[in-house]
Design a protein around this ligand. Structure first.
Ligand code: NAD
Ligand code: MG
Length: 381
């Protein structure tokens, strides 16, 4: 039976690669609906190719244009449309939008017991406890798409999680892994967008350069696998071949390896517990690679990673603040309104100004998120 898939963020880097997987396996998957942000041209191509039942555009104007052109498809728009699309009849929701805008659609789909393949880490950082509690209550599976978390998930497969002692997340180091802090002072947006190993959306590429991405992933690992922050380690591994590892109490370490290709973890989230072939994919050739390198993380050099551990340990709304401050600061950096190192400075200031609230509900989270964004904007004045 073909699995019906709803794909939020279809026009992004993860979205397009998810479409590749669906295209490669037409018997296994049907793209029932998707959201497409502002990219109307790619949305049209996807509608012609996949003939979805529902499509969400960010603007009502774009939705209106498409309504005239494709009478067989239902078009919705905006944040409400994103939720309508998320809860549309399907087997799996792939959440590949960027940012905490993905939170409410995810929570609504969870209420229907739907399987969620989650790339959208901001949702897990801003309100991980709500997502996981609700998933438990409604029996919804949350399957990681992020390569590190897919690796952890695969390394834990068939194991007793209480016998695992440590999660080891690998980090490529991002665009500036060989720069000193002094070098970082005047780096440009273009330089920050040039990632050595992965081609990804702009926001996550900047997050990788600041190391905020690894910080978000540490929190994501805490949320998904319920490991304390003392039992999560980050290891610099420039080749991005080992995607992460789990250490067990007998000192055994399980790792998942592969060429850096996001379609592997995306596909696994769609097929779990099965695996499907990937006929045209490059296979891992360790003899060709020869050597793998590892280094401890330097928390002074990558100060933002320290901030993320601090936010995670504090808990409550502090991770919401970390995420929202970062989203706002990265948007300002991409518009060239601030310098690179100001991203972590603004995050730190937002965290210092915040009085964390324990076990926040959705309303509190949304409020803290929007207040933090405003506060960060005002810091420039
Ligand atoms: P991207 O910028 O390429 O795509 C983001 C998608 O989200 C686009 O389709 C865009 O239209 C949509 N979107 C953004 N803001 C929106 C809004 N306000 N309303 C509705 N839609 C909106 O990003 P990406 O690189 O594909 O990353 C997506 C998510 O996956 C992020 O959370 C990222 O951290 C995570 N992730 C990405 C990669 C990767 O290799 N790209 C790897 C691991 C995790
Ligand atoms: Mg990752």
């Amino acid at each position: 039976m073909s699995k019906k898939i709803i794909l939020l963020g279809a026009t992004g880097s993860i979205g397009v690669q998810t479409a590749d997987i669906i295209r490669e396996h037409p018997e296994q998957f049907t793209l029932t609906g998707f959201s497409a942000g502002r990219n109307i041209e790619l949305a049209k191509e996807f509608i012609k190719e996949f003939k979805p039942e529902i499509v969400c555009m960010q603007s009502e104007q774009d939705a209106g244009t498409l309504r005239g052109e494709f009478p067989q498809t239902a078009f919705v728009s905006g944040n409400e449309g994103l939720i309508e699309t998320a809860v549309y009849d399907a087997d799996v929701l792939v959440n590949a939008v960027t940012g905490s805008v993905g939170l409410e659609p995810t929570l609504e789909a969870i209420k229907l017991g739907r399987t969620i393949a989650i790339a959208n880490k901001e949702t897990l950082v801003t309100a991980g406890h709500l997502v996981m509690e609700s998933a438990k209550r409604y029996g919804a599976a949350i399957l990681p798409v992020d390569s590190e978390h897919s690796a952890l998930f695969q390394s834990l497969n068939g194991e007793k999680i209480e016998q695992a002692t440590k999660l080891i997340l690998t980090a490529s180091g991002g665009s500036f892994r060989d720069s000193t802090r002094a070098d970082l002072k005047n780096v440009t947006v273009e330089e920050a967008l040039n990632h050595p190993n992965w081609s990804m959306g702009a926001k996550i590429t900047i997050d990788s350069a600041t190391m905020v991405n690894k910080g978000l992933e540490v929190i994501e690992a805490n949320v998904l696998f319920n490991f304390g922050y003392d039992d999560i380690e980050v290891l610099l591994h420039r080749e991005s071949i080992i995607h992460s590892m789990v250490e067990f109490r007998d000192t055994s370490v399980m790792a998942q390896l592969g060429t850096p290709d996001m379609r592997v973890p995306i596909q696994y989230a769609l097929t779990y517990p099965d695996r499907l072939e990937r006929p045209n994919a490059k296979r891992l050739n360790l003899a060709e690679i020869g050597k793998l390198h590892f280094q401890p993380m330097d928390y002074e050099r990558f100060h933002a990673l320290q901030l993320a551990f601090d936010a995670g340990r504090t808990g409550g709304t502090m991770t919401t603040v970390l995420n929202a401050a970062n989203e706002q600061a990265v948007a300002m950096f991409l518009k060239k309104e601030i310098k690179f190192l100001q991203i972590e400075e603004l995050i730190e200031r937002a965290m210092m100004a915040h009085n964390p609230i324990a076990s926040p509900d959705l309303e509190t989270i949304l409020q803290v998120d929007s207040e933090t964004r405003k506060a960060v904007q005002n810091m420039l004045k």
